[in-house]
Design a binder for this molecule. Structure first.
Ligand code: HEC
Length: 148
């Protein structure tokens, strides 16, 4: 493995390890900040800056984006981490009904990761970058859950 390759692997691994290490802990601040910036940039247009569903595009959607601060309450007080991860990723979702209104972020992040040069030959590094970006959003959403 070249220096460049191991550096790339290290960066991806550290990102994922950080994301996992901060899961569910009150000290998740670092991960939350990254996720918050991405949420404001990509998601707030529909979900609103506070995640409560009042983004400027929301009224034009055929489906209500819902209130993302209520995900834990709607799931008997437990934040549904895996379901939220899969919903954001969207690549493996089987739609129960209708078509998905929400963009498939897994595809978008994967395309962006394809454009990063110098990762050739590093196994699964692009998928790890995608996973890290989705996890950052999951942890951010976890951090904005209301208690009741
Ligand atoms: C174009 C508008 C739009 C954008 C942009 C968008 N969403 Fe959504 N989102 C929706 C809609 C509408 C739903 C309701 C389910 C559906 O029909 O797709 C939804 C559903 C969700 C859900 C599931 C909520 C539940 O009750 O299960 C999550 C989590 C979510 N979005 C997160 C995100 C994140 C994170 C981003 C940014 C990376 C994002 N959304 C960007 C429109 C959007």
């Amino acid at each position: 493995m070249t220096v460049c390759q191991s550096a790339a692997t290290a960066v991806a691994s550290v990102g994922l390890a950080l994301a996992l290490a901060t899961a569910g802990s009150p000290a998740a601040a670092q991960g939350d900040i990254i996720g918050q910036a991405e949420f404001r940039r990509q998601c707030a247009v529909c979900h609103g800056m506070d995640g409560m569903g009042q983004g400027p595009l929301a009224a034009l959607l055929s489906v209500d984006p819902g209130d993302l601060t209520q995900l834990a309450i709607q799931n008997k007080g437990r934040f549904p981490t895996e379901r939220i991860y899969r919903t954001i990723d969207g690549r493996y979702e089987v739609q129960a009904h209708g078509t998905r209104v929400m963009p498939v972020w897994g595809d978008r992040y994967r395309k962006e990761a394809e454009n990063i040069e110098g990762l050739e030959g590093v196994p699964k590094v692009r998928e790890r970058i995608v996973a890290g970006r989705i996890l950052e959003l999951v942890f951010y959403l976890q951090s904005i859950q209301v208690d009741e």
